[in-house]
Design a protein around this ligand. Structure first.
Ligand SMILES: Cc1cc2nc3c(=O)[nH]c(=O)nc-3n(C[C@H](O)[C@H](O)[C@H](O)COP(=O)(O)O)c2cc1C
Length: 187
């Protein structure tokens, strides 16, 4: 069966918004990718799933490197612009600069990175896997910088969100009861 874009089942996932930066036949470019995931600790691997017709995909296939910046809560407009048109038709990086968003040159790859994101990852293409109507590009992280003053933007039901209340762990006695039950079912 299909899980189409915008379907009420499809939109139940809660994701980050990855800002994928690239350079190649379409010049400096940026797109939003909610399908951005950390997939390995050692080495540090990050996967982004990108539609077959995106400028970003062609750029990355050419240069074998890309940036992934995890959008912060104050970058919803940036995320909408990056995801609202294609680098095939629009110079989104210049448009975003005119809108006062800032970029900096990556340290280890020839790519622009987004200033003010929560996390900036410089990636070398590690693997490319065709998955249905998207291509999963797995990047090996070769440089990472963290901005502790920012919080990640969440994406759910085609809307942007701030992480809300923490759900506390159950009280100690309940944790003990759970532990006993788990031990009872040990294999
Ligand atoms: C919040 C948000 C999340 C998105 N997530 C993805 C995604 O994970 N994969 C994808 O292929 N497109 C995704 N898109 C759509 C692309 O960002 C959009 O098609 C963009 O225009 C592609 O740009 P490009 O052609 O310059 O690469 C998303 C858009 C938004 C606004």
């Amino acid at each position: 069966m299909d899980l189409p874009w915008g379907d009420e089942k499809t939109v139940q996932f809660i994701t980050n918004v990855g800002l994928v930066t690239s350079n190649g036949p379409y010049g400096d470019n940026i797109m939003s990718a909610e399908w951005t995931h950390h997939v390995s600790y050692s080495p540090g691997l990050v996967a982004v799933c990108i539609g077959h017709n995106k400028a970003t995909l062609e750029n990355i296939k050419n240069t074998k490197e890309f940036g992934v910046s995890i959008a912060a809560t104050d970058q919803n407009v940036l995320a909408s612009v990056a995801g609202g048109s294609s680098g095939k038709n629009v110079d989104k990086v210049s448009a975003l600069k005119e809108l006062s968003f800032k970029f900096y040159k990556a340290k280890k790859i020839n790519i622009l990175m987004v200033e003010g994101a929560v996390l900036n990852l410089e990636c070398k293409l590690f693997k490319e896997i065709k998955l249905g109507d998207h291509v999963m590009l797995v990047g090996e992280v070769i440089e990472a910088s963290l901005n502790k003053s920012k919080e990640p933007l969440a994406y759910h039901e085609v809307k942007y969100w701030k992480i809300g209340e923490n759900i506390p762990k159950p009280p100690q006695e309940e944790l003990e009861r759970i532990k006993i039950i788990i031990e009872k079912h040990a294999k």
